[in-house]
Write a protein that binds this ligand. Structure first.
Ligand code: DQA
Length: 139
């Protein structure tokens, strides 16, 4: 699940976010998932309520979640609550190293309801997250 502004990848600062568009990133993630024997569904929204409602509807549709909520990560408590409500194992991913950037990006309100997080690994971070999720699902 991709959050706010991630549809603008390809136009955003490549030093933080790399050069892939969201479509290219999704193709890469789908390939990495297939290599791990996982199937993927993607969702993007720039609207917090739509993102929350998508989480509400995941019951029975997914075994786990990989999400990069973009800037919502840092303050959107409604997303944190909706994520917890899914009861699904979730991995938090950020393309950039949020710990090494501005102070406000160092806070993640979703981290406590995720089984792990990856940041600063670019597109490879999604593969790391899928690998970790797969381990969790095999337990
Ligand atoms: C991001 C980091 C956030 O701080 C930022 O607002 C984003 C993208 C990342 O992938 O590095 O939109 O989540």
């Amino acid at each position: 699940m991709h959050g706010v502004n991630l549809d603008q990848l390809g136009r955003r600062d490549p030093t933080h976010y790399g050069g892939l568009t969201l479509t290219e990133l999704e193709l890469r993630i789908a390939d990495d998932a297939a290599a791990l024997d996982l199937s993927t569904r993607f969702f993007h929204s720039n609207h917090e309520g739509d993102f929350v409602e998508h989480l509400h509807g995941l019951d029975g549709l997914a075994d786990g979640i990989v999400l990069n909520p973009g800037a919502w990560t840092h303050y959107a408590w409604a997303i944190r609550d909706a994520l917890e409500l899914t009861g699904l194992p979730a991995m938090e991913v950020h393309l950039s190293d949020i710990e090494a950037r501005e102070e406000w990006r160092r806070v993640s309100v979703i981290r406590e309801v995720c089984i792990g997080h990856v940041a600063g690994r670019g597109a490879d971070g999604y593969r790391d997250a899928l690998t970790r999720l797969r381990e969790e699902l095999a337990r």
